[in-house]
Design a protein around this ligand. Structure first.
Ligand code: 0A1
Ligand code: ZN
Length: 878
């Protein structure tokens, strides 16, 4: 485990390596407890580098068995080796072959970085710095080389041997029970994209032909018996490949594309060249075990990893500070893919919900950092919502600023210029500037300035002058290391909505640049006047959520109710409903009821029944902001119990006022036959029906409670079964115990379904949940070494249970501190990630703040040696 007290790594210190690696040849002899690796590197001194320059390679926990230069073993005094460094002072030749032998014990690798064993299968994870746990190397993204990988393993135990690139040779090792395979990847790549897999796996295959006619074999490898559960992932892969050809003009570039599902994985999936490795959660699906959210998640993660082939692999990052270059861009691409495959407004709402739930709190707390950070202590801690989701928002804003055609021209130029290179954000932005002749210098500030801007808008209408004046201002609060903030370029998509719901035109505008329906706010304060407006409109601002900002406006609740019913932009209809609900809920949490509540509930009823709207959209519009959303909106002195009560009360009020109406709609929407269709429109109907059921359950009506149990008992798919189970458990409805037992009995051998059963219980808002969480960690299906299990119990409790994690006695905080310490010794990445649940502690009321702070301190003061990952998060949180 890395646990050094190192100084931070700084962007401004970037230096290229003095040597280049022209070619990498790896030879693995795979054995679970003793694997040997021979790495032969063709090394050349970089032009201009001093002849005296040492070659200094990275390692992590390595055991060196020998080093040769041009096949001659080096004597011990000719190099220095520690587990984390290999240094050869000034090699005499300009070009030479360096051979390094290391040996590993993959069975003991609990960090799941480097080479490890998951359910008997050898697999690797090298991003960001895992390759150095296999062999000494320049383990950094700007050192690119073609790789050849040879693997030898027992044929019976490991019949499948996979590597990057194309298979060039395979066969039996005569006279032994072993076989071998040689894979060659001709595309130069950095070490973080290296991968191998060896195991006894089943697979499904499809033949794909690229738009220019090249045949590609697509394979998805899973554990035996799971083959049919990979069909949806394969379908998603084929659609992603076609979409990237059509929308970005990007084709696949090898003879084979392999995907492997693994059950022990720290993250979602990994884009290794030609050999993507996935957390099995993002591959396996069938109606009985996967919810609609899982189907959508698989589609987007499969697409994401595939899209990395161009944005990440063909063009990679110069250094890890540029991580958003591949991640923000690839998230943007996968979001656009899902928007095209499903409903664009629904996808946009879901993405914004995720951004606000995950990124806004990060940007507003002690872990805030720029989309392109300037320093880090532990790169693993920078795979964040800011790099990914806010990074995607920046790409989306570039598209909004340049328009569809300008954006595509810029992307084409970026691919043309930088293919085969390790690039920077400057290179990316320059491609757009050069392709369109636009100056994006001011836009660069979005990459370097952390924090979520708050945009304030005040509208006043002058009937006599027929003008609408918008007074706009922006402010970004200080974040760690950035006390002073500058005004950003903020594209605000807008419309001025007349009483009939149509956007009104205007004759001219003063005070801001407006291109079509996009207004540019680029100063701290701007007064914008629209002329020639004959009736008082209601401004609909930030349509489609055109910038990642908090918008505050002087629109009344009645104006918001109007937009909720009439805006032509579906995103802002949803947003208006959220804004009204937020105000009602916050008032309720302070013991006041606003008079607009009844109108709001009636407006929800209208949306519920409006068949002109997409069903998935109706389901989203009927969803109240979460308890966490409300805590974020309140921002300080937060009392999660008061928020929880307000939430429960408003749900009950909606259920009661609309009971008969929603029940009839619920009955009307019942599926006509029992066939399961995972497509977006059938999923939309399920989402709406389950939302209605939620209100019927919250109403307190005995009939509603009965419907929930019947819904559970008759469910023929996971979405319906799980929705009903959540209601039974969280509202403590009759039938809860039987339902939990029935679910467990049905799914006890399926770890992904059991994760849902764990999470339902861990997120129950009732007192007693922490005790239940502790019990669940002793359940036979639970394991402390599997990240999915830990996240489904501990992670779900800490990140998804506002009331019980934040229990006023501090018990939730103490539990998180203890479990972090317990996990840290085995899997630092996992420990650090769950510790992120402390990131908003400063916004709580004083009593809870004190308890949270003490728990955080207890981690640093425990006397236990901490990983760099956990120490970094704990220190920054404090
Ligand atoms: N590049 C991957 C994310 C990823 C990062 C680090 C990992 O190490 C455990 C694994 C995966 C992606 O964006 O999908
Ligand atoms: Zn990614």
């Amino acid at each position: 485990m890395r646990s050094e007290n190192a100084a931070p790594i700084l962007l401004k210190d970037y230096q290229p390596t003095p040597y280049l690696i022209e070619k990498v040849d790896l030879d693995f002899r795979l054995n679970p407890t003793h694997t040997t690796v021979r790495s032969k590197l063709t090394v050349r001194r970089r032009e201009g580098a001093a002849a005296t320059a040492a070659i200094e390679l990275d390692g992590d926990d390595l055991k060196l068995d020998g080093v040769c230069v041009d096949d001659i073993p080096l004597a011990e005094e000719e190099y220095t080796a520690t587990p984390d460094r290999l240094m050869i002072p000034a090699p005499a030749a300009e070009r030479f072959e360096l051979t390094i032998d290391t040996s590993l014990d993959p069975s003991k690798n609990t960090q799941l970085m480097g080479l490890y064993v998951s359910s008997g299968t050898f697999c690797t994870q090298c991003e960001a710095e895992g390759f150095r746990r296999i062999t000494y190397f320049y383990d950094r993204p700007d050192v690119l080389a073609p790789y050849t990988t040879r693997m030898t393993a027992n044929k019976k135990a490991y019949p499948v041997l996979l590597g990057n690139g194309n298979l060039v040779e395979s066969g039996d090792v005569t006279g032994t029970d072993e076989h071998y395979a040689v894979w060659h990847d001709p595309h130069p790549k950095p070490s973080y994209l290296f991968a191998l897999v060896a195991g006894n796996l089943a697979h499904i295959s499809t033949d794909y032909t690229t738009s220019s006619g090249s045949p590609v074999k697509l394979n998805i490898y899973v554990e035996h018996g799971n083959e049919t559960r990979a069909d949806w992932a394969m379908d998603s892969l084929v659609r992603s490949m076609r979409w990237d050809e059509q929308v970005f003009g990007r084709e696949y570039d090898l003879d084979v594309f392999n995907v492997v599902a693994i059950s022990d994985f720290n993250m979602g999936a990994m884009e290794n060249k030609g050999l993507n490795i996935f957390n099995d959660k993002y591959i396996l699906a069938d109606p009985d075990t996967a919810s609609d959210a899982d189907y959508a998640g698989i589609e987007s993660v499969v697409a994401h990893e595939y899209f990395h082939n161009w944005t990440g692999n063909r063009i990679t990052c110069r250094d890890w500070f540029q991580l958003c270059l591949k991640e923000g861009l690839t998230v943007f691409r996968d979001q656009e893919f899902s928007a095209d495959e499903r409903s664009r407004p629904v996808k946009r709402i879901a993405d914004v919900q995720r951004l606000k739930a995950a990124q806004f709190p990060e940007d507003g707390g002690p872990l805030a950092h720029p989309v392109r950070p300037e320093q880090y202590k532990e790169i693993n801690n920078f795979y964040t919502a800011t790099i990914y989701e806010k990074g995607a928002e920046l790409v989306r804003m570039i598209k909004t600023l340049l328009g569809e055609r300008g954006f595509r021209k810029g992307m084409d130029l970026y691919f043309e210029r930088h293919d085969g290179e390790a690039a920077t954000i400057e290179d990316f932005i320059k491609s757009f500037e050069d392709a369109t002749g636009t100056d994006l210098r001011h836009f660069m500030l979005w990459y370097s300035q952390a924090g979520t801007p708050t945009v304030t808008a005040e509208a006043t209408y002058d009937a006599q002058a027929q003008t609408l004046t918008l007074t706009l201002s922006q402010e970004t609060r200080p974040t760690p290391n950035q006390p002073q903030k500058k005004p950003l370029v903020i594209p605000i998509r807008f419309g001025l909505v007349a009483a009939n719901g149509k956007d009104v035109g205007y004759s001219k505008v003063e005070g801001a640049t407006v291109n079509a329906d996009v207004l540019l706010l680029n100063e701290a304060q701007q007064t914008v006047v629209f002329h020639g407006i004959s009736e008082k409109p209601v401004p609909s601002l930030l349509r489609e959520f055109s910038a990642p900002v908090n918008l505050r406006s002087n629109l009344s609740l009645d104006d918001q109710l109007f937009l909720m019913g009439r805006d032509s932009d579906p995103f802002n209809r949803w947003q208006a409903a959220q804004t009204v609900a937020t105000r009602l809920l916050i008032s309720r949490s302070r013991g006041e009821n606003l008079p607009q509540e009844a109108s709001f509930i009636d407006a929800l009823g209208e949306i519920a029944a409006d068949t002109c709207l997409d069903t998935a959209f109706r389901a989203l519009a009927l969803q109240l902001p979460s308890e966490a959303d409300l805590a974020r909106e309140i921002g300080e002195n937060v009392d999660p119990d008061a928020i929880g009560r307000a939430h429960e009360d408003l749900r009950a009020a909606i259920g009661q006022r609309l009971y008969g109406y929603l029940r009839d709609l619920y009955v009307e929407l019942a599926p006509k036959d029992s066939r399961f269709d995972p497509g977006a429109s059938a999923a939309g109907v399920r989402a709406l029906r389950n939302r209605l059921l939620g209100y019927l359950a919250a109403s307190g009506e005995a009939e509603g409670h009965g419907l929930v149990k019947a819904h559970f008992d008759s469910a023929n798919n996971m979405t319906d079964r799980l929705s009903a189970l959540v209601l039974l458990d969280h509202l403590n409805l009759p039938g809860k115990t039987e339902a939990l037992a029935a679910f467990e009995a049905r799914h006890k051998t399926d770890h992904l379904a059991m994760d849902k059963w764990f999470t339902v219980q861990a997120t129950c808002p009732a007192p007693g949940t922490l005790a239940r969480v502790k019990e669940l960690t002793n359940h036979p299906a639970f394991s402390w070494t599997n990240p999915n299990r830990v996240r489904s119990v501990v992670g779900a409790f800490c990140a998804g249970n506002q009331r019980q994690f934040n229990a006023p006695d501090g018990s939730g905080y103490d539990y998180l501190a203890e479990t972090t310490l317990q996990i840290d010794g085995k899997n630092p990445q996992l420990a650090a990630r769950i510790l992120n649940s402390f990131r908003s502690w400063r916004s709580l009321e004083a009593g809870r703040q004190e308890k949270a702070k003490a728990a955080l301190k207890s981690i640093l003061d425990s006397g236990q040696e901490l990983s760099t990952d956990t120490k970094d998060i704990a220190e920054r949180c404090l």
